[in-house]
Design a protein around this ligand. Structure first.
Ligand SMILES: [Zn+2]
Length: 483
């Protein structure tokens, strides 16, 4: 006979088919199809439960259980019930009602040693929509199927209790309150650009220049997800053992190891970048992170995933995050190229230390940031509220959706698509990027965000001029200083 059920696959649940047959041989249960220890142990729980309820393993027959698809190691807490009900049915000890067998039959539940059924490992967010078929499971599961029945013990299968529909709730998913700051025009435009385009951003500046509050304020300015993406992020985070009420904001310390950042270990666990999937990865004091940790971000920043190997074990985790990095520009924190103000404290670092910092600031990793900006050292009080910035971002996002049918953020749109939106002559600007194609792509994407904030369907030359200031000006200044 064939029964459908579920196995765990990291942060999601996969469906499998369980084939059960009785073949002549010594009594016992043999499970094929790469079961993990938890599933292999189920034979002992089943034998004990059968014994407690007055049933027994089929005489002079072996129970062969085959989990399909065969490839891939399977892990599940819920295969006791389908196997036990299958073997009781086949050995005519406790037939499954015909009304269930005539439909697609799904069974999931674990057994205690005395035959009580319970369910762990499933939740309603596993499913984007309700499934068809009949589902037999233990108490406490959300309503996943239109036709769902609850068994407290194995014997309930002859007369199970129908589970009434419960509505699928949207767990308190809501945007945090925008921060109560007043921003100046420079800061406001920067927040709008990151919030709208979801561009990776390096923010440099003096202590107190507001770079950290700016980075933290971004969290509440992110656009809300579409349903499907939200479910993906919630599932992923449930796997990490935490509930998410909004898009993630993950802030690893600068002493974090490569493994803590990207994942790994003997069981190949995901790291901070995957916890930040769909949200912000905030790296404060970026230049204090180990060089190898910074380097390890390159692959996921390009591909939105991380692939981890451990011997023959290979795992891939999603890692699409907005990288926001902040840093001082020298160890003491008071160095700034082209400082406007002379009244404030000046840098006391040795020229050797200063040079080492500057070299890191203009290194290849820094070129991966779409926005590279040094906040001006003269703090002027602004008048723009976070809520006003959020409204502007939402307007611009709606504009992109309405006029271009674009649902992706600008950072993730193919450059060939954006190039078609150029209006005017750009060959000289493209030439300026030379062989550095990545620079051209970043320039293009940031320009698109600037145009969107203006609600301009075309990307024009003046958008590029502004984007240069946000993306390259500071870094070119630093490079010129070094060479
Ligand atoms: Zn200094």
């Amino acid at each position: 006979m064939k029964i459908k059920s579920f196995v765990e696959d990291h942060f999601k649940v996969n469906t499998i088919e369980i084939e059960i047959e009785l073949v002549p041989g010594l009594p016992g249960i043999k499970i094929l199809g790469q079961p993990e220890q938890l599933i292999r142990d189920s034979q002992f729980r089943i034998v004990s439960a059968l014994h407690h309820l007055g049933f027994e393993l089929p005489e002079s027959h072996q129970v062969i259980v085959n989990l399909k698809p065969m490839r891939g190691i399977k892990k599940s807490q819920g295969l006791d019930l389908p196997i036990a009900l299958g073997l009781l049915h086949l050995s005519h000890q406790l037939p499954i009602p015909e009304s269930f067998l005539s439909k697609e039959l799904w069974i999931y539940g674990s057994l205690s040693l005395n035959g009580e059924v319970s369910s762990y490992g499933l939740d309603d967010k596993v499913f984007y929509k309700r499934r068809n078929g009949v589902f037999l499971t233990g108490p406490g599961n959300p309503n996943l199927f239109a036709d769902q029945y609850v068994l407290k013990t194995l014997v309930d299968v002859t007369e199970p209790c129908r589970q009434e529909k419960s509505s699928v709730k949207n767990e308190n998913w809501r945007r945090p309150e925008p921060t109560p700051f007043f921003w100046n025009t420079e800061q406001a435009q920067l927040l709008s650009l990151i919030g709208l385009g979801e561009h990776s951003c390096f923010l440099g500046g003096l202590p107190g220049s507001g770079k950290t509050s700016l980075a933290r304020s971004l969290w509440s300015l992110l656009y809300d997800f579409k349903e499907e993406k939200r479910i993906e992020v919630q599932q992923l985070n449930r796997y990490y053992g935490r509930a998410r009420g909004w898009r993630p904001f993950v802030e690893p310390h600068h002493s974090a190891s490569v493994r803590a950042m990207i994942g790994g270990g003997s069981l190949v666990q995901p790291g901070a970048i995957s916890q930040a999937h769909g949200g912000i990865l905030f790296l404060d004091e970026f230049l204090e992170f180990h060089q190898l940790v910074i380097e390890s971000l390159r692959e996921p920043m390009e591909t939105g995933r991380i692939q981890l190997y451990r011997g023959e074990n290979y795992k891939s985790f999603p890692a699409e995050f907005i990288l926001i990095a902040t840093s001082n520009l020298c160890p003491c924190g008071y160095w700034m190229p082209a400082r406007k103000s002379s009244q404030q404290r000046s840098c006391r670092c040795s020229s050797r230390k200063l040079r080492s910092y500057q070299e890191r600031l203009s290194g290849p990793m820094m070129e991966r940031f779409s926005l590279f900006y040094l906040l001006s050292d003269e703090l002027d009080e602004g008048q723009i509220t976070s809520q006003e910035i959020l409204n502007k971002i939402i307007r611009a996002r709606n504009f992109a959706e309405r006029t271009r049918g674009q649902y992706e953020v600008n950072e993730r749109v193919e450059s060939s698509v954006l190039e078609k939106q150029l209006k005017g002559e750009f060959s000289d600007l493209k030439k300026e990027c030379g062989t550095n194609y990545r620079r051209w792509v970043r320039w293009l994407k940031v320009s698109r965000s600037i145009a969107d904030l203006e609600e301009n369907p075309a990307i024009e030359r003046h958008h590029f001029i502004e984007a240069y200031n946000w993306s390259f000006h500071s870094q070119d200044l630093l490079k010129a200083r070094i060479h």
